[in-house]
Design a binder for this molecule. Sequence first.
Ligand code: C5P
Length: 233
Amino acid sequence: MAKDVIIACDFSDKRTVLDFLGTFGEIKPFVKIGMELFYAEGPDVVKEIKARGHKVFLDLKLHDIPNTVKKAMSVLSGYDVDITDLHAGGTCAMMRAAVEGLTRADGTRPLLVAITQLTSTDGESLKKDLLIDKPMEEVVEHYALNAKVSGLDGVVCSPLEAEKVHAACGKNFITVTPGIRFADGEAGDQKRITTPAKARELGSDYIVVGRPVTAAADPVKAYLRCVSEFLGK
Ligand code: C5P
């Protein structure tokens, strides 16, 4: 199983993201392109970052009726990204439709992972806002099993839940884990967080790190610190 650090490039324009990635020189980090950048720049930014030698996680978190998601995924399958995602809350029917839409005529497709519960959601908002009475871990495990039976490759969850997901769905079922903070950093709006070293210990496959790298005084140094803590390199 490939393990890696993915930088969440939550910038609003292409110039800023390309300048940012340019500072890494020959190092080509795995890049996450989210809604902000994609809505601002469209597919071109994906193609350009891929052409520069980066792997791309296109994080658009689809959630709609199965037919709409299937058609949207079939458009995304043309972008040659490495990972893309949707919300497991859209049901198994939606996830199965997504796999169908994403699969190209030759049978290949990007990895598809499902958001279980956002790492900014805590137990209280789960209960109060979403009316879900079950404990967070149980909800995440159930959504992960739904993703697995629907044919997906893994889930996005908190690193704190990675062990449980692997126990339920197998060690080859990928866990992509945001909510990463350095021990001496700020949490911001994230709730279910941990450090890169702890995420490694808990068995995360990919950690997604945004502001601790992008807002650091020296982003390359911060990225290399994540790599060394997470991959032990
Ligand atoms: O800046 P920070 O490290 O909090 O960035 C985390 C990134 O991971 C953001 O781009 C956010 O959209 C994304 N994400 C998340 N929780 C999820 C799925 C994605 O924080 N469950």
